[in-house]
Each structure stands twice: as C-alpha cells, then as structure tokens.
Design a protein around this ligand. Structure first.
Ligand SMILES: N[C@@H](CCC(=O)N[C@@H](CS)C(=O)NCC(=O)O)C(=O)O
Length: 267
C-alpha cells in the first residue's frame, strides 16, 4: 500500500511526458510519486512482477497496488480521477473530434521514430516526404476543425497533451536530419499549432538539448537504451548528467561518436 499514486517512468519518454503535461494542466503533479526506471538496465524483478512481465513504460500503480498501463489509458484515468479542470472536451461531438485527431498520433510517432532510426542514406529522402505527409494530415485536420485558431479547440487541451511530447521529440529530426517544415500553405496551420504547443508552460518538462543529447543512439539506429557496437554506455543513461555532456555530432551518417566523445564516461 502506498499513500500516493506511483508512476514508473523514463523522464525523457514522450509517453510519460503526456502524463506530466496533463497533471500540470490540472495543477496536481504533487499527487503522484514519479519513480525513475533506467531502461539501459534490465527491468528489476519487483517491477516485472507488477506488470506481469511487460517492460513498456509508463506504468501507473494505484494506492492499493493495482496497475494501469498505456499512456492514453492512464491519461483517461487521471482525467477522471482529478476532475477539475476537465481537459478533455465535454461535448460528445468535440470529444469525438479530439479522439479522431489523437488516433493519428500513433502513425505520426512511428513515422518520426522510423525516420530518426534510419541508417540507410538512400531512404532518407523518401522518409522526409513521409514525415511531411504526416504533418500535412495534421494540418488538414486542424484546418477542417479550427481554421483560424491556434490549438484544435480554444486552448491547449487533450489533443495537445497527447501530441506535444512527440512534437518535442522531433527536435531530433531538426538536429540529425535537418528536417524542417517548408514555408508552404500545406503546413501553415500545423506550424502555428506546433509553435504554440512547444512553448506552452505546461509542457516544459524537457528541453531541446536534453532530447538531442539523449536520443543520439536512436539516430544511430539503437532504441530503448540498446547498446551500439563498440560502445559500453547508451546515450540514454542519466549519469553523467546530460547537462554536462557535449551536444553530439549532428551528422548521423558520418563518423560514429565514442562513449568518451559523448561525455558518457565520467560520473
Ligand atoms: N504504447 C505505449 C508506448 C510506451 C513506450 O513505448 N515506452 C517506451 C519508452 S519511450 C518504453 O518503455 N520502452 C522500453 C520497452 O518497451 O521495454 C504507451 O503509450 O504507454
């Protein structure tokens, strides 16, 4: 039994940031005890026992030990547990609209991760186009439902809570792939939305430099704390502190940076 809800998480994980944003919007971050799990190490047995063997985070543990998995399901639980202020739309049609928008988040996220993890130079251009298509889809949806506004509805809400962590992770595309949205009408609406999401005060749990530093190994094709050949430490470790590490080299298709060059050796 715990006196608080517990979230087991990886602080730079976008799915965990969704929860942090929702809690910030509801002003109730203090109700949750966030416990950091180092995913560069095998999951501890006590955690695997709670999750019945699954390794994906975040995981929410209720005060009586019951477990809830999947960030969108946890978001829903928190929305219902901490009712005020409501972040999800209350009108059934509007709730459906934000549901349709959020249903695009999976493909959007997977596309960005496929792009950053790609090691094949000949696929680079087609991945860039596929990513642009994803942004164009979001642009179209925003235009349909709120052409003149900034967010999907009047303010930063449920849809922004779901997408903003991904928009932030995609700073790694700017950095390692020189990816940017062209100055074309096809992207004007989604750009306005993205800028506002990135700057929102409830979504400042991670910085661009932190993401770029920690995700270097993703840019080299190794996700989830996996070790690259010739390396002893993953860029996903939290010590040495990311703030004391140099920014990794931007050319992901060039020479591979060593543990030492990445500042991973000193504690
Ligand atoms: N669909 C899951 C995805 C969570 C997820 O992919 N988490 C990653 C960290 S960003 C993770 O735990 N990876 C390690 C693993 O799956 O073992 C959710 O929304 O909660």
């Amino acid at each position: 039994m715990s006196s608080k809800l517990i979230v087991y998480h990886i602080p730079v994980c976008p799915f965990s940031q969704r929860l942090e944003i929702l809690l910030a919007l509801k002003n109730c971050r203090d109700h949750i005890d966030f416990q950091v799990i180092d995913i560069t190490q095998p999951r501890p047995d006590w955690l695997l026992k709670k999750t019945r063997g699954t390794t994906s985070l975040p995981v929410l543990e209720l005060e009586d030990g019951r477990i809830i998995k999947e960030s969108l399901v946890i978001l829903d639980y928190l929305e219902q547990r901490f009712l005020e202020p409501a972040i999800a739309q209350q009108d059934p049609y509007k709730r459906a609209v934000e549901g349709m928008f959020c249903a695009m988040a999976n493909d959007f996220g997977n596309m960005g991760y496929a792009y950053i993890m790609n090691q094949n130079l000949s696929r680079r251009e087609s991945l860039r186009w596929d990513m642009l298509k994803q942004f164009a889809r979001l642009n179209d949806f925003l235009l349909e439902h709120n052409p003149d506004g900034t967010y999907l509805f009047d303010q930063f809400g449920w849809a922004e809570t779901v997408f903003t962590p991904l928009l932030m992770r995609f700073w790694f595309l700017d950095y390692y792939e020189n990816f940017e949205l062209p100055d074309e009408e096809l992207y004007t609406r989604v750009k306005r939305w993205r800028e506002a999401c990135l700057q929102h005060p409830a979504a400042q749990q991670v910085t661009r430099d932190q993401i770029v530093t920690l995700y270097y190994d993703y840019a080299q094709g190794a996700g989830n704390g996996a070790l690259l050949p010739g390396r002893k430490r993953s860029s996903f470790v939290f010590t040495p502190d990311w703030r004391q590490r140099p920014l990794p080299p931007r050319n992901k298709y060039g020479d591979k940076a060593s543990d030492e060059a990445l500042g991973l050796l000193h504690s």
